[in-house]
Design a protein around this ligand. Structure first.
Ligand SMILES: Cc1cc2nc3c(=O)[nH]c(=O)nc-3n(C[C@H](O)[C@H](O)[C@H](O)COP(=O)(O)OP(=O)(O)OC[C@H]3O[C@@H](n4cnc5c(N)ncnc54)[C@H](O)[C@@H]3O)c2cc1C
Length: 412
């Protein structure tokens, strides 16, 4: 029997699984897919925590400020390149605009605007959906005291691709930068930038090379190579766009952290339903086993605690049918909070359907909203599956997922 069975391998599930395994618990993580991590920009958004904690039923109301800070420090502990700061920090988006975030790798944090300097935007040939002219214009507007120059580069390994007109994604480039050839190409290119700017007498201020992809090795899941940081100039990474190399490597990295700690993994497995019982009408039920479909077989997994981290509408945890009433939570068949009106006609307005999810008590145990009673005593709901929040307009997706995942692991 497992101390905890975590269902779902998105951000919330991995955080819960890693923390529980780190606490010496016997943990199994069952997941069908990779979740929304592949869209993750590399930056954790927490939103305006104090304001959100005052919104009725927002997931942050379940936690005290200390629990929220603990989750942030946990991210930093498992990924030391992430910087925890009292105030939000700023990074470049791939459009060259500035975006704030609450936890980001130090290689994304923008330099001080008051300093004088020069950005050299290194533009890898053929990078899909990247528009250097727009980026340069935006960077110059954001940093009026800085010069912004462009250097294009071609990597031999991709010359044939670009000759054939095949676009290259930022994940392709992130792979290249991880190879010896890619590292060499980048090192040479940065050396040349340095020589050129010194030759042109432009080097009075700071020179910062800006790259629209993941360059660093801080998500090296095998951890065989040391973290490579030594280029002859500082290199600034922009936040990722989809498909996101940060998200992809972070997911891979979390998986390794989990298994290194002794966590067991079932990938490509779909949780179907559970068995459990209660001793009386008024008591919450205790879940004893989870039915899982994996590799053509149906398995029954026994656990003391179950952590539901199956995401919301996007993660696959909530199923919606054509008929409006056919909305349900897909594994435990938990009662859902569903607003009367699902959508708002103004596209950019907060959309009510974002609030759909499971209501819980302060231990993240699912509640029956009509009776206000705990439904399952040993089930904790985390991440996007929680009701009453909106990652898009409140910009707190990473924050809620990390905080709830970490807090659930503490209850195992
Ligand atoms: C496009 C996009 C970009 C985002 N960018 C950012 C960002 O840059 N910064 C930020 O802080 N937040 C961002 N977020 C928000 C944040 O990533 C999400 O809030 C968070 O990832 C939700 O994580 P989760 O683990 O709850 O769910 P998910 O990531 O949806 O994971 C759910 C997991 O459950 C699995 N699953 C579902 N049903 C079953 C089942 N029956 N059996 C087994 N497994 C199952 C899925 O396969 C998946 O692995 C973004 C969200 C989106 C959609």
């Amino acid at each position: 029997m497992w101390d905890a069975v975590v269902v779902g391998g998105g951000l919330a599930g991995w955080i819960a699984g890693i923390r529980a395994a780190q606490r010496g618990k016997k943990v199994l993580l069952v997941t069908e897919g990779v979740g929304t991590l592949f869209y993750f920009s590399g930056i954790f958004d927490y939103g305006d925590v104090e304001r959100l904690r005052h919104l009725p039923k927002h997931p942050y109301t379940l936690f005290n400020s200390q629990a929220i800070v603990q989750g942030k420090h946990f991210v930093q502990e498992i990924c030391p390149e992430y910087v925890v700061n009292d105030r939000p920090q700023s990074a470049f988006t791939v459009l060259g605009t500035v975006r704030q975030g609450d936890l980001m790798p130090r290689s994304m944090v923008l330099p001080d605007r008051q300093e004088q300097g020069e950005f050299v935007l290194l533009v890898p040939e053929g990078l899909k959906d990247f528009f250097p002219e727009t980026v340069v214009a935006n960077m110059a507007r954001e940093f009026p005291g800085w010069q912004v120059n462009v250097k294009r580069m071609q990597v031999d390994a991709l010359a044939e691709w670009t000759r054939l007109g095949k676009s290259v994604s930022s994940i392709d480039y992130a792979n290249i930068w991880r190879s010896e050839e890619g590292q060499r190409a980048l090192t040479n290119e940065i050396e040349e930038i340095k020589r050129q700017s010194q030759g042109a007498g432009r080097s009075q201020g700071k020179i910062v090379v800006v790259l629209p992809s993941l360059v660093r090795e801080y998500f090296d899941s095998s951890r065989t190579k040391p973290y490579k940081s030594e280029f002859s100039l500082p290199v600034l990474e922009m936040s990722s766009f989809v498909p996101s190399p940060h998200g992809r490597y972070f997911a891979e990295y979390l998986k390794h952290r989990f298994t290194d700690l002794g966590g067991e993994l079932m990938i490509g497995a779909r949780a179907l339903s559970l068995n459990g019982e209660s001793t009386s009408e008024s008591q919450a039920k205790a879940c004893q086993e989870l039915k899982v479909h994996s590799m053509g077989k149906t398995l029954r997994l026994k656990g003391k605690k179950f952590i539901l981290a199956t995401g919301g509408l996007l993660g696959g945890g909530i199923k919606v049918g054509m008929a409006r009433k056919s909305i349900h939570e897909g594994v435990f068949d938990l009662p859902l909070f569903v607003p009367k009106e699902w959508s708002e006609s103004q596209f950019f307005a907060p959309q009510p359907f974002a609030q759909i999810g499971v209501e819980t008590d302060e231990f993240m145990r699912p509640l029956d909203p009509t009776r206000g009673q705990v439904v399952w005593d040993n089930v904790h709901v985390v991440g996007r599956m929680l009701a009453h929040w909106d990652p898009w307009t409140q910009r707190c997706g990473g924050g809620v997922s990390v905080t709830s995942g970490y807090a659930a692991a503490e209850l195992v």
